[in-house]
Structures are given as structure tokens and as C-alpha cells.
Design a protein. Sequence first.
Length: 197
Amino acid sequence: MVQGINDRLYSYAFIIGEADKNAGKRVVYVSADMGAMFTAVKLEVIKRLKADYGDLYNDDNVMLTATHTYVSNAGYSHQQLYQIASTDDTLAGYSSQNFNAIVNGIVTSIKRAHATLTPGTLSLAQGELKGATVNRSEFAYNNNKDAKDFDSNVNETMTQLRLNNADGTPVGLINWFALHPTSFSNKFGGVSESMLR
């Protein structure tokens, strides 16, 4: 049961596109501090964006992702299994208030990104981070037939996309590295971000 706020939860939106003459060719990438991303959230986000932007942002060019924090809002899935998992001592497995707060936050972050579009460049970096993550179930992993075909039981490749202003000043980055941050106990009652940014 939520007892308060440890850290605010955020939605970070990035819009990457070609020059203005190809304004329809763009991609929206959102990283939201949530446990998981559900289809119902994406459908509602697309519906609300359509009201303001027509077909500019749609199912094909909007990607919503979750940081997979274990201490964020629950009760926002339309799928019954997740509603059961979200049930607390009030027997509430779905909350339209939580659902709408999440959708509103994501839509707001996309609108802010749209309003501040500016020319820039992208740069991609990739490298190995040895010993930076662990396999949550080494025993289970080792039961895979091809487990011995790999040097490590985790993916140690880090990929990072940096977004720069036209003058080269960094304005944001997206990092893909497999981690499973579970630093809070199951007794923790504060809403919080994923702890890793």
C-alpha cells in the first residue's frame, strides 16, 4: 500500500525526425517511470495526440517504454491478471485515476517535446560493461541448451543514443543496458523512480 512519495515519477519524451520538409517522418520515444507499459495506455495516448496533431503521431511512430521500477503506481492495466496483481487491502485492482494520471503525464511530455523541437544531431556509442549487472537466476539460465555458447550469462553490451543541439550541446540521451534494480524491500511504501537514470 502506498504511503507517500519518495521520488517523483517522470515521463521523458524524445522526438527524432528529419528536416521540416519531411515533418511527417519522425519517431517519438518515451521512457516513463512505471513498472510496465500496457497497450491500453498506448491506445489512449495515441487517441489524445490525434485530437491535437491528427495523424502526425500514431501507432507506427510512437514508442512507449517503462523503466520497470517496482515502486510506482499500479492499477492502470486493463488486463485482468494485472488487476488481480494490483489488488490491495481495499480490493481495488484498477484505478481510472492512476490510468489517467499516467496517460496525461505521457501526453504532456510528448507535447513539451513537440513544442521545443530544434535542429540537432544524433550520436551512437556502444561498449562493453563487464561486471555491471548480474543474472537474477543463474541456475535457470544455465538450463538453456545454448547457455555454454556465450561468454557471459548476461548481456554486457551498453548502447547509448545522444541527442545534441545543432551546436553540439547535449540535450538528452537514451541508454539501453539490461539492469534489474530492486533496491527497495517489499515493505517499502513510497512511490519512487527506478533509482537509475
